[in-house]
Design a protein. Structure first.
Length: 165
């Protein structure tokens, strides 16, 4: 006659197995975290050992650029093409775009009512704006989304009415 199988020994063995697997997983994760922390410590130590001149350059204060909201009329001139391309900034220093400056510039374009995309802004907009949006936000469309949120904060009742000619 067959003896009926009891599930208690199997369940106990399964629980021991699961506990040992959990312990191995925790040790593996700890090992990986230790390795990553050690790698980061080495990178930081190497950067601190860099020549003083290189470190000084990294600490140089960045110029502060006041974000400007492009006026509705200026953006409208760009969209209609009456002024052509913006003037060449050959004599000026390169503009460093901050996150706020990018958002405010794009918000000005959105308020003007023109339909804009990356190629339009690259051609008619300020120099380096599209490249800065891609560097800061990853995609130009993501920057437009943030700018449209800024417009909705600036004008909770809707953007101002555009003048018709």
């Amino acid at each position: 006659m067959r003896r009926p199988l009891t599930e208690a020994p199997i369940a106990a063995e399964m629980a021991r197995f699961q506990e040992s697997v959990r312990g191995l997983a925790v040790e593996t994760v700890r090992s990986i975290v230790r390795q990553e922390l050690q790698r980061r410590i080495e990178v930081i130590a190497a950067s601190l050992e860099a020549p003083p001149r290189a470190r000084r350059r990294d600490r140089r204060p960045q110029p502060v650029i006041q974000p400007s909201l492009a006026g509705v009329d200026e953006a409208k001139e760009h969209s209609t093409g009456t002024t052509g391309a913006p003037p060449d900034d050959a004599g000026e220093r390169k503009r460093r775009w901050t996150r706020d400056a990018i958002i405010n510039e794009l918000a000005g374009w959105l308020v003007s009512g023109t339909t804009i995309d990356a190629s339009f802004v690259k051609r008619y907009g300020p120099r380096g704006l599209v490249a800065a949006t891609r560097k800061e936000f990853g995609r130009f469309e993501a920057a437009l989304n943030v700018a449209s949120l800024q417009v909705s904060k600036m004008y909770p009742d809707g953007p101002p009415a555009r003048a018709t000619h």
